[in-house]
Design a protein around this ligand. Structure first.
Ligand code: ZN
Length: 416
């Protein structure tokens, strides 16, 4: 594509037109994807889904590689990643998307349908609509015969909804994605029209205090796990005050807090009856760590509180329910600037940068020095929702945004 002399406007118009020509195909592909119920947990229909995506990319004439992760999941729930690429050269721009979805609560969640301008179904917003937009962004670039100085690399992963260990974690651990050549990463999480350039880390703990249950009249022979929990909680609440004074410099959505988070008692369970000294007390702790805080240090500090109480004889079992590091990147990298320009050209709007309130897989790339951003067609409020949908026009727009961003960032010698 030779567009250097006809300017930005012509480039984006031409690209949008190409994407619009693919509209029916994009919608069909998204519906078919939603129809494969890749519920996680447990990680269902992964092989069917990955084969389906791979077949489509092969139809386009692209190379694909399916990576089977034998170390995770039983035979019926194997994990698979898919790598594919378009273009040649050293520079790599990653288009990263997950194909697992949170479980549906109704069989109709996997029978997608369009009403008005909305495509309904589990994963429409998070993130099969976005995944389809990325696949077809690559297709549009290919159909325009664009000469790229580098590659667009599709990275399709499972297990994002449960921490990403057997998906993105595996790819980085085994060196499938390397720091050296990566010039950036985009992922289509449901960002509600904004760009996420940061995410909080999460450390979720389940705490079990083991006491000794006896009848209340014999209470002197028992060990009251509830009363021990109260003294442990007092120390945690004191620490909470210190933690929650810290504020992030990243922008958050209206109504959200910039403060770091330590929450107690999301789940709480204790005792067997009113007249029995409680022998077990269980509760959860939710620590959400700002990008400016050091995850490892914060984890150590929190765990040290339990050690202190163990030394006094308290019997505490800890289970880590989930952990993931915080991450953040400047809104001023080359990729961020090109992304903002492309969003502006396609939608007429200037997107804001925000911190994602939850964990985000940009962290795997940022830890490896690759600038990474999330920008996707869905609305955050609709992700994981019973009436999850994606707006069709937003999907089509996003396909144009991704493709244009890639063309501009990997512009070949002829300015294409
Ligand atoms: Zn997601």
């Amino acid at each position: 594509m030779h567009l250097s002399d006809s300017g930005d406007g012509a480039q984006s118009r031409k690209f949008k037109k190409k994407v619009h020509g693919l509209r029916r195909e994009i919608l069909r592909f998204t519906k078919d994807l939603i129809g494969i119920a890749t519920e996680n947990p447990p990680g269902a229909k992964y092989s069917e889904c990955i084969e389906f995506i791979s077949a489509r990319l092969k139809d386009f004439g692209l190379r694909t590689r399916i990576i089977k992760i034998s170390s995770h999941g039983d035979r019926a729930h194997r994990r698979y990643c898919l790598l594919s690429s378009y273009g040649k050269g050293k520079k790599k721009l990653y288009f990263h998307a997950h194909y697992d979805v949170v479980p549906g609560t109704d069989a109709k969640h996997f029978k997608p349908y369009i009403r008005g301008n909305k495509l309904y179904g589990r994963g429409a917003a998070d993130m099969k609509g976005g995944l389809a937009a990325m696949v077809y962004a690559v297709r549009a670039v290919q159909l325009l015969n664009a000469e790229l100085d580098g590659q667009i690399c599709l990275v399709i992963v499972p297990d994002e909804e449960t921490g990403g260990k057997a998906g993105s974690g595996h790819l980085f651990e085994r060196g499938y994605i390397k720091k050296e050549d990566g010039i950036g990463m985009l992922m289509p999480e449901p960002t509600s029209g904004t760009i996420w350039n940061a995410c909080r880390g999460a450390l979720s703990l389940s705490v079990k205090i083991r006491g000794k249950p006896v009848h209340v009249v014999l209470h002197k022979d028992g060990v009251n796990a509830f009363e021990q929990m109260v003294s442990l909680s007092a120390a945690l609440l004191k620490y909470k005050k210190t933690v929650e004074r810290r504020k992030t410099k990243y922008a958050v959505l209206p109504g959200e807090s910039r403060n770091s988070i330590l929450m107690l008692g999301g789940l709480c369970q204790c005792g067997t009856n009113f007249n029995v000294v409680p022998g077990v007390c269980k509760f959860t702790i939710e620590r959400r760590i700002n990008p400016e805080e050091n995850f490892a240090r914060q984890k150590r500090r929190l765990l040290a509180i339990f050690d202190r109480f163990r030394q006094t004889g308290m019997k505490i079992d800890l289970e880590i329910l989930q952990e993931g590091e915080s991450a953040g990147v400047s809104p001023d990298s080359a990729l961020a600037r090109v992304l903002v320009r492309s969003v502006g050209d396609v939608t007429g709007q200037r997107p804001r940068f925000n911190m994602c309130p939850g964990l985000l897989e940009i962290r795997y790339y940022l830890q490896n020095g690759i600038p990474a951003y999330a920008y996707g067609p869905g609305l955050l409020a609709k992700a994981h929702n019973p009436d999850e949908f994606v707006q069709v026009e937003r999907m089509i727009d996003c396909a144009s945004v991704y493709g244009l961003t890639a063309l501009r960032l990997l512009a070949g010698k002829d300015g294409s």
